[in-house]
Design a protein around this ligand. Structure first.
Ligand code: ATP
Ligand code: MG
Length: 279
């Protein structure tokens, strides 16, 4: 990820992090040009703050600019996502036909679904550079349905040791991979985030906390495990709800410390530059 580091005397020059420009109007300026590549960035916020639309636009802009994308949906149905895109004039069906975008609906009616075999196979099939996961919170509610690879050669997750009695989990050894199905929400979240990072793609992972926005996630662990956090707000000011967003953290980035006004126009998101605080 670090593409250049040279020390000349006491002076550090040409030190750059590779970034994936989201292409969302006004956003990239808040994070030095884009999301650090190969990371998991959490996108959190109350219902209706625009999380699903934001990740859809991230994938749409990426696909138009040569970066294929995978949308993993636990929450919304694919027809609903396609309809939402149409309302913004984003022809995602064409991009799907061209193999630039793939929408994966996670079935919640199948027991012990091997999510990661599915994700890895689609990622290879389309050569995805961007992945979005919608949402971690809904995944956590249904986690007893999922099986996650616990370890295989080269996997970050292989360092995890599991006490299956404590976790009330099942571990299945299939030769090259060991699979885990457990009831420990924190461990499953840790594993899914490790596997998403292992894909090498730049990922936006949706979740939510409480309605006040004080609690970033319901699981209490993903905010520490992820490399960045974007929080969306939809605050009641007078008689009107006002959209805004902030970068709560972004590793390796001198990110904007401000809360930025956000508009959701007929063409998608517009993030406004912050007004300097006058002290
Ligand atoms: N075509 C549109 N033009 C402008 N705003 C829209 C349009 N379509 C939806 N919206 C706004 O976006 C909101 C929904 O955004 P989105 O589905 O991304 O929210 P979300 O944060 O994912 O919510 P949830 O947590 O419930 O999934 C709507 O409540 C509406 O205010
Ligand atoms: Mg949503």
């Amino acid at each position: 990820m670090v593409i250049g580091l040279a020390l000349q005397g006491d002076c550090m020059v040409d030190y750059k992090i590779e970034r994936a420009a989201t292409g969302i109007e006004g956003f990239d300026a808040l994070v030095e040009g884009g999301l650090p590549r190969g990371t998991n960035v959490l996108l959190t916020g109350a219902p209706g703050t625009g999380k699903s639309i934001f990740v859809l636009e991230y994938l749409y802009q990426g696909a138009l600019n040569g970066e294929n994308g995978l949308y993993i949906s636990v929450d919304s149905s694919l027809p609903m996502i396609r309809q939402q895109a149409k309302l913004f004039g984003w022809d995602i069906e064409k991009l799907e036909q061209e193999g630039k975008l793939f929408f994966l609906q996670v079935p919640l009616d199948k027991m012990k679904f091997n999510l990661f075999e599915m994700i890895e196979s689609v990622k290879k099939q389309i050569g995805a550079k961007r992945v979005v996961f919608d949402s971690l919170a809904t995944f956590a509610i249904n986690l007893d349905l999922f099986t996650i690879p616990l370890g295989y050669a080269g996997s970050i997750a292989s360092s995890v040791s599991v006490d299956s009695a404590r976790d009330n989990s099942t571990i299945t050894d299939k030769g090259d991979k060991i699979f885990y199905t457990g009831n420990s929400e924190k461990r499953m979240i840790f594993l899914i985030l490790a596997e998403l990072r292992n894909l090498g793609t730049t990922n936006l992972v949706i979740t939510y906390g409480d309605l006040s926005g004080n609690q970033l996630t319901v699981d209490g662990v993903s905010e520490f495990e992820c490399d960045g956090i974007i929080q969306m707000h939809n605050e009641l000011i007078g008689a009107k709800r006002m959209r805004s967003m902030e970068i709560v953290k972004m590793r390796d980035t001198n990110n904007s410390p401000y809360i930025h006004d956000v508009q959701l126009s007929s063409a998608g998101f517009v993030i406004k530059p912050a007004e300097e605080l006058k002290l």
